[in-house]
Design a protein around this ligand. Structure first.
Ligand SMILES: Nc1nc2c(ncn2[C@@H]2O[C@H](COP(=O)(O)OP(=O)(O)OP(=O)(O)O)[C@@H](O)[C@H]2O)c(=O)[nH]1
Ligand SMILES: C=C(OP(=O)(O)O)C(=O)O
Length: 229
């Protein structure tokens, strides 16, 4: 069997793996700066919020997910994501993405010590729960595992089994860093929605082709046609 392609979603003793997901989110006014060219400054925060809402709502509906912990200092995003059922914590380290993820993982473990934890980007508006469940099922077979982004350069998902440190190394060419750190790369067909992060207008169009969640779809419907099609 090829590493990273095992089936099943159970720990070695056949106990189903339960997950706490950690979702990092920048303050909306700062988020998705690379979308500016396509979406302009004014609507960019609304897109960032819609992406996060669709990501979190669908993550929460996964069978294996027990908690979604969002790390954000944005009050509007925190209120909206709490309403969906996420638990939000402030980005108290204030030291960038990886520090925020390590903090969120510690919070998640304090809440549910026996669960596996995984970092999931907040910019996956096409996320399909059944695809994330397949990723989680494979990730549950390894101490640490990750999924490369659609571009094949970065990472959209990084997991750690109960008791294992997450050691996030996101940013830029993180696929290589996560692999070099010993995390197993998950190589599954048919999980494009989990890999489809949205940084640019082209990414947004690719996500729309997969099918986005309702909040992102509504944002696109309200935007000038050139942004979304
Ligand atoms: N809490 C927190 N989240 C962060 C931080 N930096 C990035 N993120 C989040 O990490 C995820 C991946 O980041 P990016 O894809 O670069 O998103 P972004 O920073 O909004 O996009 P750009 O402004 O275009 O770089 C997104 O969900 C971001 O909101 C940070 O310092 N703190
Ligand atoms: C944060 C990452 O990428 P990007 O900022 O390009 O979405 C990453 O893939 O590690």
């Amino acid at each position: 069997m090829t590493p990273g392609r095992r089936d099943g979603g159970t720990a070695g003793d056949n106990v189903p793996v339960h997950w706490s997901l950690v979702v990092p989110l920048k303050p909306l006014a700062l988020a998705k700066s690379r979308l500016s060219e396509a979406a302009g400054g004014a609507m960019r925060p609304a897109f960032a919020l819609a992406f996060a809402q669709d990501t979190v709502a669908r993550a929460l509906s996964c069978r294996a997910v027990r908690d979604v912990v969002v790390v954000t200092d944005d009050p509007l995003a925190a209120a909206e994501l709490n309403r969906l059922g996420a638990r939000t914590v402030p980005d108290s380290p204030g030291a960038g993405l990886n520090a925020a993820l390590a903090h969120g993982a510690a919070e998640a473990r304090a809440l549910r010590p026996a669960a596996a934890v995984a970092a999931l980007n907040a910019d996956l508006p096409a996320l399909r729960p059944e695809e994330l469940d397949r990723v989680l099922a494979v990730a549950g077979q390894f101490p640490r595992a990750f999924l490369a982004d659609a571009a094949g350069i970065g990472t959209t998902f990084l997991s750690a089994a109960p008791g294992v440190e997450l050691r996030p190394a996101f940013g830029g060419h993180s696929r290589h860093r996560h692999s070099a750190s010993g995390a197993v790369e998950i190589e599954l067909d048919g999980v494009e929605s989990v890999r489809r992060d949205v940084d640019t207008g082209d990414d947004l169009r690719a996500a729309l082709a997969l099918g986005v969640g309702p909040r992102t779809a509504a944002r696109c419907a309200a935007a000038p046609a050139a942004w979304c099609c």
